[in-house]
Design a binder for this molecule. Structure first.
Ligand code: DUR
Ligand code: ZN
Length: 144
């Protein structure tokens, strides 16, 4: 996906494709995510549940962790997909905080299976948030 020339619909399609890998035998609620980084890479994720149900991980967290663990911290957008046709999938509070760690001014596309979406910034999803700037004495080690 080219850096300055990307189509939200492509990212949304990738999030629905990622949903196909959802491991959700307990909730039967499939979620997929596709995260676009500043250099044009896309990292996808799905929710991964567990018999110890509290240990499940959301699709958004999976995608963000994949990207960060491969050296990406600069994000442009994340698309999120579920099977709900009546309402847009809405990231849980934990995922909103997870997104916020990497900035407030990037976009979240909340989608439906027909490809329609609602676009919100991370800041709109999590106003008045607590973030890395509130932890100035614990600066992250820079990548390069
Ligand atoms: O935005 C969301 C909302 C829910 N879930 C997952 C968590 C759990 O596996 C299932 C039901 O909550 O959906 C996500 O992955 N992302
Ligand atoms: Zn979540």
């Amino acid at each position: 996906m080219a850096e300055d020339n990307w189509n939200p619909q492509d990212l949304i399609t990738k999030s629905h494709e990622a949903k196909e890998c959802s491991y959700s035998p307990y909730s039967k609620f499939r979620v997929g995510a596709a995260l676009l980084t500043a250099d044009g890479s896309v990292f996808t994720g799905c929710n991964v549940e567990n018999a110890c149900t509290a240990l499940g991980i959301c699709a958004e967290k999976t995608a963000i962790s994949k990207a960060v663990s491969e050296g990406h911290r600069d994000f442009k957008a994340i698309a999120v997909a579920s099977d709900m046709v009546e309402s847009y999938i809405s990231p849980c509070g934990g995922c909103r905080q997870f997104m916020r760690e990497f900035g407030l001014e990037w976009d979240v596309y909340l989608s439906k299976p027909d490809g329609t979406f609602m676009k919100m910034t991370v800041e709109e999803l999590l106003p008045e948030s607590f973030g890395p700037n509130n932890m100035e004495r614990k600066k992250a080690v820079p990548l390069h």
